[in-house]
Design a binder for this molecule. Structure first.
Ligand code: PEP
Ligand code: MG
Length: 581
């Protein structure tokens, strides 16, 4: 396809470059509303029948796939959606709107299904609200079949694809290992949105902040995504394509060289060991992390395991998943974080539920304490899987000691139940917590007295300290991990850990940024956990450092009052070290 050559500026969110054909996906379809002529009615009704048939087929295939890869219970969920495509009442309504009211098919489908979704959502019953989510999914699939855009996307199964979306959901990013998705373009989403983190761990470039995406990025256009510069080049010339292909080869070669580092130890020049671990969202991530030299998993975001399905999964499913990962990582530790649903991470079933302030609302531990059954199921799975002795348990988004006490009560109850039922488990799993809310950082001593370890989640700590939505590209320039207040909090946490002899780690994105390594080591952190592709880069940096110099640097930057000064200082330090090599 040819088209206007254009360069569009956005934000560089996940590095790398990709070339492919644009496919636009979205939770909302742009539906053109048109009155049709009498002679077009027959054609529209036939199109409807075809779309229903295709949707049913797609759902049956999906059911089969889920049944094999996840389990029969999860697969049965698709039965509800298949039944909805056969609902005579809904079908008759749509046909009436086309045949009698002469509305075009997309309009008739959208209007009918939206009315039903609205009615279901008004009913104060969780089961009915979940059916609204099913109906929305079905509506989206049918509309996808009858709008040009989606056909363009799925015709070309062998082409490399650039996925463009107004808002990329984490559920759309997970499970993409096997697909031919080479790059992402989004309108919304900052550098530490979960979709961005996932894109980085998959090694897929992402450019966000493309204003008015639906209008400026045409379906099917050839696009280059430059995740280094934060640019999208539409319909590039052959010369430009060749240039980027060459660049990709060079990057690949450089990465192979860095991977060789995997076998070298992560020790400073004065022989202090810094444990470099991986943040994972799946077993595949864990396997990839081992190859890149990870010495364990410092953060398993367990919610990602559920996000491409419609339910939390059974205890057995979770147990097998955790056990598998613990075995693969043995003897290295695996820190399993309990569910961190909320913010920008929702299960399919939750899509119909929107909070006015999701990051300040029902998220993470707040959901676990509100729904103890879901929490206890996960705890049972963790304690059962922990018999090898390398699993640790971590609680997300803790803001008060009361939350830890409440969680500990549920932990004790779960262990009692397992013991009573004679189920094999490990009752001695270390308990840790994330430090990602300023209150937890400020009161770090109180927390360290009642937990075994802490891990600093700077992605959220920056968001909550600076009052900047991590997923909002409009305020991304205010999202400053180098902010002096963030460094002061890191210093407080690192020092408290040393005073009380408790393990402190960092697992936010800064742990994978070599610019930060010197400061984190200086503040006393000896465990860093990051997306696996960054491990070799941070290792390279660790091997250039002396801990006493790190300490001096970290104390020095605490006197600066501008984020830019701090950044400039560490950039200079990094450069100096490279030249010294
Ligand atoms: C963090 O907040 O830094 C973190 C590691 O957790 P998540 O990115 O999953 O919120
Ligand atoms: Mg977090």
């Amino acid at each position: 396809m040819t088209g206007v050559r254009k360069k569009i500026r956005g934000l560089p969110v996940s590095p790398g470059t990709a070339i492919g054909k644009v496919c636009i996906i979205g939770t909302s379809h742009v539906v053109k509303k048109q009155r049709i002529r009498h002679k077009d009615v027959k054609g529209e009704l036939e199109k409807f029948k075809d779309a229903l048939k295709l949707t049913r087929l797609e759902l049956e295939q999906l059911k089969e796939k889920v049944s094999v890869s996840i389990g029969k219970n999860e697969a049965d969920i698709f039965d509800v959606q298949i039944l909805l495509t056969e609902d005579p009442y809904l079908t008759a309504q749509i046909e009436h709107k086309v045949a009698v009211e002469h509305k075009n098919l997309a309009w008739a489908v959208e209007e009918t299904l939206q009315d039903s979704i609205n009615s279901l959502q008004k009913i104060d019953d969780t089961y009915m609200r979940e059916r609204a989510a099913d109906l929305r999914d079905v509506a989206s699939r049918i509309l996808g079949k009858i709008t040009e855009s989606q056909r363009e996307c799925f015709i070309d199964e062998n082409a490399d694809i650039i996925l463009a979306s107004e808002n990329l959901l984490p559920s759309q990013t997970v499970g993409m290992h096997t697909k031919r998705i080479r790059g992402f373009i989004t309108e919304h989403g900052g550098a530490t949105s979960h979709a961005a983190i996932l894109a980085r761990s998959l090694g897929v470039p992402l450019v966000s902040g493309i204003l008015d995406l639906a209008r400026v990025i045409p379906f099917g256009a050839i696009a280059i995504v430059d995740g280094f510069r934060g640019e999208v080049i539409l319909n590039p010339s052959q010369d430009r394509i060749r240039y980027f292909q060459k660049l990709q080869k060079t990057i690949l070669q450089r990465e192979k060289q860095t991977e060789k580092l995997a076998k070298l130890p992560a020790v400073t020049k004065d022989k202090v060991e810094i444990k470099l671990m991986a943040n994972i969202g799946s077993l595949e991530d864990a396997l990839h992390a081992i190859k890149l030299g990870a010495e364990g998993v410092g953060l398993y975001r367990t919610e990602l395991h559920f996000m491409d399905r419609q339910s939390y999964g059974s205890e057995e499913d979770q147990y097998l998943d955790y056990k598998n990962i613990a075995q693969k990582m043995f003897p290295h530790p695996v820190v399993i974080r309990t569910l961190d649903i909320g913010g920008d991470k929702y299960l399919h079933t939750d899509l119909s539920y929107k909070e006015p302030n999701p990051y300040l609302g029902l998220r993470a531990i707040r959901i676990s304490l509100r729904d103890p059954d879901i929490f206890k199921t996960q705890l049972r799975a963790i304690f059962r899987a922990a018999t090898l002795g390398n699993i640790k348990l971590m609680l997300p988004m803790i803001s008060s000691v009361e939350e830890i006490l409440a969680a500990q009560k549920l932990i004790r109850a779960t262990l009692k139940e397992l013991k009573k039922a004679g189920i094999e488990h490990n009752p001695k799993v270390p308990l840790g917590m994330m430090i990602e809310i300023p209150s937890a950082a400020i009161n770090i001593h109180s927390f360290l007295k009642i937990v075994d370890f802490v891990s600093v989640g700077t992605n959220d700590l920056v968001q909550y300290t600076l009052a900047v939505d991590r997923g909002n590209e409009q305020v991304s320039s205010l999202y400053q991990p180098f902010h002096p207040a963030i460094l002061s909090l890191l210093e407080i946490i690192g020092r408290a850990g040393q005073e009380l002899g408790k393990e402190t780690s960092v697992c936010g994105e800064i742990a994978g940024d070599p610019l930060f390594t010197e400061l984190l080591v200086g503040f006393g952190f000896r465990n860093l956990s990051m997306s696996a592709p960054f491990i070799p880069h941070v290792k390279l940096r660790v091997r250039q450092l002396y801990t006493d110099e790190c300490k001096k640097s970290s104390q020095k930057v605490l006197k600066f009052s501008l984020s830019s000064e701090i950044r400039k200082y560490v950039e200079k330090q990094l450069e100096a070290n490279h030249f010294a090599k």
